[in-house]
Design a protein around this ligand. Structure first.
Ligand code: SDX
Length: 394
């Protein structure tokens, strides 16, 4: 049954959750979306094809692909009223805080999203949120810069349109570089879904009560923000900046191994992968391609990251504990090279993972066996006792 939890070494973990969407073999370092290896999807498909696959279970043919892309294109604008939500935030608010608020507010705009029994309404909700996330993420970024919001353009594809809304201004039309657009599109694909991770479990648990799907996505964004989860890419870049030079790598490896030091090597380790995270290998290649396109082959942080990876993977501690780079290890470096500010890295993650969240939400609410998630606990508190009168309490 979905929603069953067991108490396991301090974590409430999902004991069993039936799903047909994503398969991970942590020991082999294998990741499949609806049976297709992530490596083949990253090479042969664009992000919207992958979104269609995750939602429908099959890759689209040419006409289905065109129809889906057109549908998404026609839903990229947000209600003008939604823009007013941004002005309630301070300009220096973290964009993830803004995303939690504004995406949650979407639930107030689309009440028909609550009609889960209707497959057409579920598809409309899916299409709406997938289409609007790039617009909202770009607005969250523009708000922090003080620049005006950029309206979406229908002459650009999904990812180029996002980059236009992020980097374009009314004074200068954004001219997409196909190599950089393709790189970001692959980054979206690598982040699209990852079975029952913390934020997806959050969306499933929130959705199991029958809450509005947009409100559930907002809960997923809040969970993803944490540095142990989606916030790791931002934390990893900060860590690399702090290490600064290869000569200091040993000092930080020692800290990561020291049980008395809470420091963890950001971008390393995983709850499921006990081998290379296949997304990390693909992300390293994307990073290499982007830096080459930009003439940054000697990027200091990229070289430092590769040296850190090499040293860590030869260290007995990391070998014994099966700690390998994960999806977040290189993603910060490549996003920085694409001109995306550090504070926006996890928003990019949320943009892409919304496809997985919505797909997992729909799988859960259409499962005839699903019930409201109700984690149980192992009670380790005080035994039953009587209340003493106030005067006699010490
Ligand atoms: C994501 O779940 C998902 O699928 C998530 C995600 C997704 O797509 O949704 O893949 C995205 O969240 C990737 C992870 C991003 N987080 C980080 O990079 C932060 C740094 N990593 C760690 O915080 C850690 O690796 C976790 C939280 C990701 C996993 O930690 P666990 O559950 O403790 O991992 P483990 O049980 O395999 O750890 C084994 C040992 C432990 O030590 P012991 O208790 O055996 O003594 O290795 C240690 C851990 O303390 N360890 C690390 C480490 N990660 C684990 N030691 C140093 N540096 C690290 N990064």
């Amino acid at each position: 049954k979905t929603g069953l939890f067991t108490y396991d070494s301090g974590f409430l973990s999902t004991a069993s959750c039936k799903s047909k969407i994503t398969f991970i073999d942590g020991d082999k370092g294998e990741l499949l979306y609806r049976g297709y290896p992530i490596e083949q999807l990253a090479e042969n498909c664009n992000f919207l094809e992958v979104a269609y696959l995750l939602k429908n279970g099959e890759l689209p043919n040419a006409s289905q692909k065109t129809a889906f892309e057109d549908t998404i294109k026609n839903h990229t604008m947000v209600h003008e009223q939604l823009a007013k939500f941004f002005s309630g935030f301070r300009r220096d608010a973290h964009p993830m805080a803004v995303m939690v608020g504004v995406v949650g507010a979407l639930s107030a705009f689309y009440h028909e999203a609550m009609d889960f029994s209707d497959a057409e309404h579920r598809s409309i909700s899916f299409n709406r949120i997938i289409a609007k996330m790039p617009t909202i993420v770009a607005m969250a970024y523009k708000y922090t810069t003080g620049q005006p919001f950029m309206y979406p353009r229908n002459d650009l594809d999904y990812t180029a349109n996002f980059m236009h809304m992020m980097f374009g201004t009314p004074c200068e039309t954004y001219k997409p570089n196909p190599v950089l657009v393709r790189a970001l599109d692959i980054i979206f694909t690598l982040h699209a879904d990852h079975e029952q991770n913390a934020s997806t479990s959050t969306v499933r648990l929130a959705g199991s009560s029958g809450a509005n799907p947009f409100a559930c996505i907002s809960a997923g964004i809040a969970c993803l923000w944490g540095p142990a989860h989606g916030g790791a890419n931002e934390a990893c870049l900060q860590m690399l900046e702090e290490i600064g030079d290869v000569s200091r790598v040993g000092e930080y490896i020692a800290r990561a191994k020291d049980k008395n030091d809470s420091f963890k090597l950001m971008g390393f380790g995983h709850r499921v992968y006990k081998n290379f995270d296949p997304r990390a290998k693909l992300m390293r290649q994307v990073c290499n391609d982007v830096l080459k396109e930009l003439g940054l082959e000697n990027d200091r942080l990229f070289k430092l990251a590769m040296e850190l990876e090499k040293i860590a993977l030869e260290d007995p501690y990391f070998v014994e504990k099966k700690l390998y780079p994960n999806v977040d290890f290189y993603s910060g470096i490549v996003q920085k090279a694409l001109g995306i500010p550090t504070s926006m890295f996890t928003c990019i993650f949320a943009l892409a993972r919304t496809v997985g969240w919505m797909t997992q939400w729909e799988e859960m609410i259409t499962d005839p066996e699903y019930k409201i998630g109700r984690p149980r606990q192992l009670y380790i508190g005080a035994a039953k006792r009587d209340v003493a009168p106030l005067a006699s309490r010490k």
